[in-house]
Design a binder for this molecule. Structure first.
Ligand code: URA
Length: 241
């Protein structure tokens, strides 16, 4: 037996996305886990995922992909879909080491940078995108023309777009620049190109857009193009939003 391929049973169960390591230990202690058909209750047992058959409550592990929750700092110049007929780079090109098929939770435009969540947990995606729990998304918009107070107020109240008036938003001027301004805007909806269309509608076209926050998550610790796995605590908080 090759010691390198062995992994502790509770860690293997946790890695499969079934439960935290502590909860996996409790499952083992409760007699819910079998290895090669035999109930295992002792702690610390090591298994070989390539050879041993592990089941929790009778359901084989390894038969379903591990749930992945990826927080990516997307650079501009990447498309948020698996394939592009024009051959452009996709966000999946940035996820080296992720073997599961993950999907973006909502999209960022090709030329938008910032926080992008990707997962293969369809329930969480559905939960976060459902109109009744649309979570707050915050963007930094570099705009061509400095908005007046009345323009910011207009963005906050709601802007008439071709697909209806936008819901109340937060908007504040961060910095006036010689060639425009930097504005922070937070919205709850997720319509196509919504932020750019809102600024276009009030006469301040966006030169660059970056998503800096999604609910309590941000990408301050990640360089452009880097990603990290969400912690179990972060996943649980997202599920409760
Ligand atoms: N709004 C936009 O206009 N573009 C994005 O990429 C995200 C939000």
């Amino acid at each position: 037996m090759n010691e390198d391929t062995l992994i502790r049973l509770h860690k293997y169960i946790a890695d499969q996305g079934v439960a935290s390591r502590r909860a996996a230990e409790a499952m083992i202690a409760a007699g819910r886990v079998t290895v090669n058909g035999r109930v295992v209750t002792e702690m610390g047992m090591k298994i070989d995922p390539g050879r041993d058959s592990v089941r929790v409550d009778g359901e084989p592990l390894g038969s379903r992909p591990r749930l992945r929750y990826i927080l990516l700092h997307k650079p501009a110049g990447y498309i948020c879909s698996a394939h592009d007929e024009r051959g452009r780079r996709t966000v999946l090109d940035l996820l080296s080491g992720v073997n599961e098929r993950v999907y973006p939770v909502g999209r960022l435009d090709y030329d938008t940078s910032g926080l992008l969540l990707l997962t293969n947990d369809g329930d969480l995606t559905h939960h976060l995108l459902h109109p009744s729990h649309q979570v707050e998304k915050t963007y930094l918009a570099l705009v061509e023309k400095c908005p007046e107070q009345a323009t910011l107020e207009h963005l906050r109240r709601g802007v008439k777009l071709s697909d209806g008036i936008t819901a109340p938003a937060k908007a504040r001027l961060l910095r006036r620049q010689t060639d425009g301004a930097l504005v922070e805007i937070s919205i709850h909806e997720g319509r196509n190109r919504q932020v750019k269309r809102m600024f276009e509608a009030v006469g301040c076209p966006v030169k660059h857009l970056k998503r800096i926050r999604l609910a309590f998550l941000d990408v301050k610790q990640l360089a452009l193009g880097e990603w990290r796995e969400l912690s179990l605590d972060e996943v649980n908080r997202l599920k409760q939003l």
